[in-house]
Design a protein around this ligand. Structure first.
Ligand code: ADP
Length: 365
């Protein structure tokens, strides 16, 4: 079973706080720190006062709800801690909240995963955008950085082409870029800062530095998954870029044709380069088959069959899933409404499954 935060919060909605009649999620009593590692779930409950008489029974009720509604095999007993609401503690005079200490970005990001493809046009950005939305729908905190300097398409896929991120001043007078938030995903793209006509100038000037600026010079906050949509290819720029990003994992997207598979092979060995050594989360096969709307049971393997699956097997890396060619996926991208927003559709489900598999593999690697 794959666990994700929304499964836990759904179960916790069954727990009512005595007296208020509200469930503990609605009452803001479940902290934003749900951690999942394999079967182990831990998080905090937030109470208004230190001596709340219901504290122990709330913990027990929360454990029972999770074991009943999520599964008896979940390891939650003894893993729920208590926090006292900061404003309550401060006005109470009973506690002095610790001063906030500015932290570097990456320590607050649990998984930073780059998505690459050996060649352009295989659907890397489409997969990145939908995966980010699907992870957000599972309840994770997600950031997506569009690092595709050759053709930043994430702004269009999220319907945010005109967005201009603002700056905010944080401690010590440092200015940080504020990511755009859409569909539960924090977004930044080279496309927000560079006019398409200036892209050429940027390409030569930026290499890894400008992208690093979008990472460490932005207020990403706490994230469970930070996805980076890399530029297509496997040249020197990619090597430097990946090296500078301090990644926890890499995903490679391919289509089934031989040329794409050959490029994907290079993409995989780039992550595995001894200077980089990024764990491979797995391979995604996009455009795996075509099903015409009028013949929904037919699958036409127009680019070949199982190419991605066989490559993953050969290289002993996880195969994350297949996405068919679907007209609506292309249209959804063009209209700024990723298909993963509708988990009831076949495409939405495909991306949800892909997200679940990635959660599984990212935790394992
Ligand atoms: P890349 O980032 O690899 O260059 P994109 O994600 O920009 O590729 O996709 C290229 C084009 O193909 C886009 O118009 C996109 O909508 C379309 N596309 C990608 N995957 C699919 C798919 N599975 N079905 C239909 N169209 C797709």
């Amino acid at each position: 079973m794959t666990l994700y935060p929304k499964l836990i919060t759904d179960a916790l909605e069954k727990v009512r706080y005595p007296g208020s009649g509200k469930n503990i999620v609605e009452a803001g009593m479940v902290a934003d720190n749900i951690r999942i590692a394999g079967n182990k779930v831990s998080f905090s409950l937030i109470l208004d006062r230190p001596n709340d008489p219901f504290a122990k029974s709330l913990i027990r009720a929360s454990e029972t709800a999770i074991l009943t509604y999520v599964g008896a095999e979940v390891d939650v007993k003894g893993n729920i801690s208590l926090q006292i609401r900061e404003d309550a503690a401060a006005t109470d005079g009973r506690a002095n909240p610790a001063p906030t200490v500015a932290q570097p970005l990456l320590p607050r990001v649990k998984n930073s995963i780059a998505i690459s493809s050996g060649k352009g046009g295989v659907g890397k950005s489409t997969i990145s955008a939908n995966l980010a939305v699907a992870l957000a729908q599972l309840g994770y905190k997600v950031g997506l950085l569009d690092a595709d300097i050759y053709g930043p398409s994430i702004p269009k896929m999220f319907g945010e082409e005109a967005a201009k991120p603002c700056m905010e001043v944080v401690d010590g007078g440092r200015e940080l870029i504020v990511p755009i938030e859409k569909y539960g995903v924090k977004l930044l793209s080279i496309g927000f800062f560079v006019d398409a006509n200036d892209a050429l100038i940027w390409r030569s000037a930026m290499a890894s530095n400008a992208l690093k600026q979008l990472i460490t010079g932005a207020d990403w906050g706490e994230l469970d998954y930070f996805l980076i949509d890399l530029p297509p290819g496997t040249g020197d720029i990619h090597l430097t870029l990946i090296q500078s990003l301090n990644l926890t994992g890499g995903i490679v997207v391919t289509t089934p044709q031989d040329v794409a598979l050959a490029a994907a092979r290079k993409g995989i060995s780039l992550f595995q380069n001894e200077k980089i050594n990024v764990p491979i989360v797995g391979l995604v096969e996009n455009m795996a088959w075509f099903t015409p709307a009028e013949l929904p049971d037919n699958r036409y393997y127009i680019f070949g069959k199982d190419g991605g699956k066989n490559l993953a097997k050969e290289l002993k890396i996880p195969f994350l899933g297949e996405i068919p060619i679907v007209q609506s996926l292309c249209e959804a991208g063009d209209h700024g409404t990723p298909s993963a927003l509708n988990p009831d559709t076949a495409m939405g489900q495909a991306f949800q499954q892909l997200a679940e598999k990635i959660v599984c593999e990212a935790n394992a690697s």
